[in-house]
Write a protein that binds this ligand. Structure first.
Ligand code: S3P
Length: 441
């Protein structure tokens, strides 16, 4: 595909209501669990981003029946352990979540499947999921560093294991639990820091027995294997990680006031909002409610001055995807913002620490980075901008620098905005409808 450059120019105030698409993490899980359930599931609010469409296509190759209606998707599953061997290579595109969670699903099926992805995904480490899945009895043949493309052969009866996660990763936790669905016994996962629990909440909603408790080394999740999952209705809330972009844009563009409705408020996802409030942001949550086991609220945000803060490493899992957009807020704040314990950003869709540091420096902002930290020296106002930033096949880098462009003196061009379609289809249109000046470069 040819690159699609986009330019964001200094923008007038944003106003009105801004709806953001469905949650990416929850959409992936809904498709996989519906495919493993017996009977029909109805999924509303599904993200129609490329990442999720890739997972849907993989589940179809594995034998699930999927109908995409205008209001909802309908999925007929094949039962735990009942997936069919795919005749095609499963291409997960840009999606680490799609690839890693699906490997968990496949480890519990007595079939062989071949997985690949785009240039970004083929660079990302898979050993973090391969290691526990091998312990459970799966066989994997992969490129060096356990990178895609790879082949995985699962087993009808994987071993129920006790696994202590070496990194705080919801993807790895989820892969082990999904493999554990087929195991004859109790699969246990301990995470050193709490990560998003969408898999656990949804597994319970589909009928699995799952218990969570504190252990000496972290949070212990216990799943009883071989449940019968039953098709159900899932409501996907708006993605807080996507809401982050219009929310920060409204904070940074003077005079703005924006409402973002029905955003997921799972406490393991809201670290950005906590941090922005510490920086002095005017963010109000209204109509807090629960929809299909997930917390949801309407967000109203008003522009205002921000001040730099120190963000503790312990907060990283609850805002892991939000550091690039937070760095843009930090660039406009007064004083220095230091983000601790963010080494995982180096193995996301791009090396996000490097991408943020290079892009901000090109826009006239002073930054310092270490192996697992990033410090941004705020400009107490509009950064200069005036640069073309490399998106590096990373949707969140592209959207972050477009938001910076709106709040800058000279605007920012992103060399390729095409990856935005993976998580926030229609991003430029949505932002323009709120008043933002974003156009093809
Ligand atoms: C995700 C977990 C996070 C996050 C990713 C989505 C998920 O990754 O960065 O975008 O849906 O489980 P890790 O679990 O690897 O930190």
């Amino acid at each position: 595909m040819p690159p699609r450059p986009l330019t964001a120019k200094p923008s007038p105030a944003l106003a009105g209501e801004c709806r953001v698409p469905g949650d990416k993490s929850i959409s992936h899980r809904a498709l996989m669990l519906a495919g493993l359930a017996v009977g029909e599931s109805t999924i509303q609010g599904m993200l129609l981003g490329e990442d999720v469409l890739a997972t849907a296509s993989a589940m179809e190759h594995l034998g699930a029946t999927i109908e995409r209606g205008a209001d909802a998707w309908h999925v007929w599953g094949r039962g735990v352990g009942g997936l069919r061997e795919p005749a095609e290579v499963l291409d997960l595109g840009n999606s680490g979540t799609g690839a890693r969670l699906l490997m968990g699903v496949l480890a519990g099926q007595p079939i062989t499947a071949f997985l690949t992805g785009d240039a970004s995904l083929r660079r990302r480490p898979m050993n973090r999921v391969v290691a526990p899945l091998l312990q459970m009895g799966a066989r994997v043949t992969a490129r060096s560093g356990e990178r895609l493309p790879l082949a995985i052969t699962g087993t009808a009866e994987p071993l129920p294991i006790h696994y202590e996660l070496p990194v705080a990763s919801a993807q790895v936790k989820s892969a082990v639990l999904l493999a554990g669905l087929s195991a004859p016994g109790e699969t246990q996962v301990v995470e050193p820091q709490d990560t998003r629990d969408h898999t656990e909440l949804m597994l319970r909603a589909f009928g699995a027995e799952i218990a969570v408790e504190r252990s000496d080394t972290g949070r212990l999740t216990r799943l009883t294997g071989q449940p019968e999952l039953t098709g159900r209705r899932v409501n996907v809330p708006a993605d807080p990680s996507s809401a982050a972009f219009p929310v920060v844009a409204a904070l940074l563009i003077p005079g703005s006031r924006l409402r973002v409705p029905a955003v997921g408020m799972n406490p393991h996802r809201t670290g950005l909002f906590t941090t922005l409030r510490e920086m002095g942001a005017d963010i109000v949550f209204e109509n807090e409610r629960e929809e299909a086991g997930e917390r949801v609220a309407d967000i109203t945000v008003s522009a205002g001055r921000l001040r730099g803060v120190e963000i503790p490493a312990a907060r990283a899992p609850s805002m892991i995807d939000e550091y690039p957009i937070l760095a843009m807020a930090a660039a406009c704040a007064e004083g220095r913002t230091v983000m601790h314990g963010v080494g995982e950003l180096r193995v996301k869709e791009s090396d996000r620490l490097a991408a943020v540091a290079e892009g901000l420096a090109a826009c006239g902002v002073d930054v310092e980075t270490g192996e697992d930290w990033l410090a941004v020296h705020g400009q107490a106002g509009r950064p200069r901008g005036g640069a073309t930033v490399a998106a590096q096949l990373d949707h969140r880098i592209a959207m972050s620098f477009l938001v910076l462009g709106l709040a800058s003196e000279k605007g920012v061009t992103v060399d390729d905005a095409a990856p935005i379609e993976t998580s926030f289809p229609g991003f430029a249109d949505t932002m323009r409808a709120a008043g933002a000046d974003i156009a093809e470069a």
